[in-house]
Design a protein around this ligand. Structure first.
Ligand code: HEC
Length: 105
């Protein structure tokens, strides 16, 4: 399982834009495993049930931009600065792809 995850991530990173991520079934999305670190607060598949903002169905570029701003500290946050610092740009891209692909409801 871990090896399979690593293979997915490596494949997505190596192939970059050449690999149409939209073509993958949602369950098999390589961003799913990294995004799992976010769903404890932001809800299953990013659908929050209150309190936290939902991420499901947000624009990919909105999520990406927010993560970059959290990482650089230019966007105000209580907790997201710490979270954003743990990921690379490539991982942000996978996370953003994943949540953008989820249905809001
Ligand atoms: C411990 C709870 C927690 C975890 C885990 C968490 N977040 Fe957040 N997130 C928040 C809170 C709280 C906010 C509101 C900003 C703040 O106060 O930090 C937020 C805001 C955001 C926003 C801005 C939403 C908007 O509508 O503008 C994005 C995007 C986001 N988080 C993405 C993520 C991603 C991606 C992960 C996983 C890598 C993640 N978050 C993990 C608590 C969390």
């Amino acid at each position: 399982m871990i090896r399979r995850t690593a293979t997915w991530i490596a494949t997505a990173v190596v192939l970059g834009g050449a690999m149409p991520l939209e073509a993958l079934a949602v369950d098999e999305h390589p961003g799913r495993f990294i995004a799992a670190n976010c769903t404890g607060c932001h809800g299953t598949q990013g659908r929050s049930t209150g309190g936290m903002p939902s991420l499901a169905g947000l624009d990919r570029s909105y999520i990406l931009n927010a993560m970059e701003e959290f990482k650089s500290g230019t966007r105000a946050a209580t907790i997201m600065h710490q979270h954003a610092k743990g990921y690379t740009e490539a991982q942000f891209a996978l996370i953003a792809e994943y949540f953008a692909a989820q249905k809001a409801r």
